[in-house]
Design a protein. Structure first.
Length: 329
């Protein structure tokens, strides 16, 4: 189907000129629903774009993979960019809230602590949250418990996402960048543009959520945590608040097996731990930068290991007769 638009707006015309959309099982919105940084196995909706003509008359094939040199963020986030971000983030968070509040049984341990960290921490203080990664929908699923103020007040997290799974074409670049997913390339180490961007956001007092395992851990293996989180803590101008949490049950809500369909009336436990105080370690520990990153990351891995046992114990002990429930502890 062809659509002829009289508009010459350079923002509108590239998106809609000669646009063909079909609704089939696909990868694009699966990433969106699954937290922007998930794999492509859950397929909900795809945007099948033909060759489109830009306002300058240039032909752009957005089905082709994006160039590795592409960077999805502008130097300055203008009103148009922020409007797109508000729409993407708001839509996804609303969907997460609907699913988690209306079709699942969710319990949140230390909910008030996480709420304080997101909304009420001191102005200018950066926040890093870390957790396990077991399903395509970990993010935004765990954030469905919180208010839309996350979006409307600009308090949404930034999250690194594997470029090869998320930023796969021009349209995906648009969607995921507005969802504050930061492209990172596996194998390029802690000093790459995506991690630099996360550090910049922390230095502005922002929030970065990170999966230190570096991938979806379907089998629950004891993986070595990636040192990127250690770099963010060590090099932030202001020492971040670091909050670890462990969740159990997201793999039941969306199993990691075909046909990758969401399940309902399942239990989810989110166990939030106390903030990790790294102040003494950063000030007094004077090894090389590599050793410091490793030491910080190892501390996070040890802390999450302890939370894992507590989260599973709480999850297994919760017996409820309500088909749908949300409770905070």
């Amino acid at each position: 189907m062809e659509t002829n638009l009289p508009s010459t707006d350079p923002f509108i015309q590239p998106l809609f000129s000669k646009l063909h959309i079909r609704t089939v099982l696909s990868r694009s919105l699966s990433h969106l629903i699954g937290g922007f940084a998930m794999t492509t196995k859950l397929n909900i909706l795809t945007f099948d774009f033909n060759l489109i003509t830009t306002a300058e008359g240039r032909i752009l094939n957005v089905d082709m993979p994006s160039d590795p040199r592409d960077w999805p963020f502008p130097d300055n986030f203008g009103r148009r960019w922020r409007a797109g971000s508000l729409i993407v983030q708001g839509s996804v968070l609303l969907l997460a809230k609907a699913v988690m509040r209306l079709s699942q049984r969710v319990q949140y341990k230390n909910y008030d602590l996480m709420k304080w960290a997101i909304f009420d921490r001191p102005t200018g203080t950066p926040l890093i949250t870390v957790c396990n990664h077991v399903s395509f929908v970990d993010d935004p699923g765990v954030w469905g418990a919180f208010s839309l103020r996350m979006v409307t007040e600009g308090r949404m997290r930034w999250i690194p996402g594997a470029k090869e799974y998320t930023f796969v074409n021009k349209v995906a670049n648009f969607v995921f960048s507005r969802g504050q997913v930061v492209p990172v390339v596996r194998g390029e180490g802690v000093h790459q543009r995506g991690m630099d961007h996360c550090l910049d956001q922390l230095n502005k007092g922002g929030w970065v959520h990170i999966y230190p395992e570096g991938k979806i851990n379907c089998r629950g293996e004891a993986l070595r945590y990636k040192w990127g989180v250690g770099r963010l803590i060590a090099e932030a101008k202001t020492l971040p608040i670091v909050i670890p949490f462990w969740h159990v049950g997201m793999e039941d809500i969306l199993p990691n097996t075909k046909p990758y369909c969401p399940r309902f009336l399942k239990k989810l436990t989110v166990f939030v731990g106390e903030p990790i105080d790294f102040s003494a370690m950063v000030k007094q520990y004077t090894p090389t930068a590599v050793e410091l990153r490793k030491h910080l990351t190892d501390t996070i891995q040890h802390t999450l290991g302890e939370l894992k046992a507590s989260a599973h114990a709480l999850h297994d002990s919760w017996h409820t007769t309500f088909p749908v429930q949300f409770r905070t502890l």
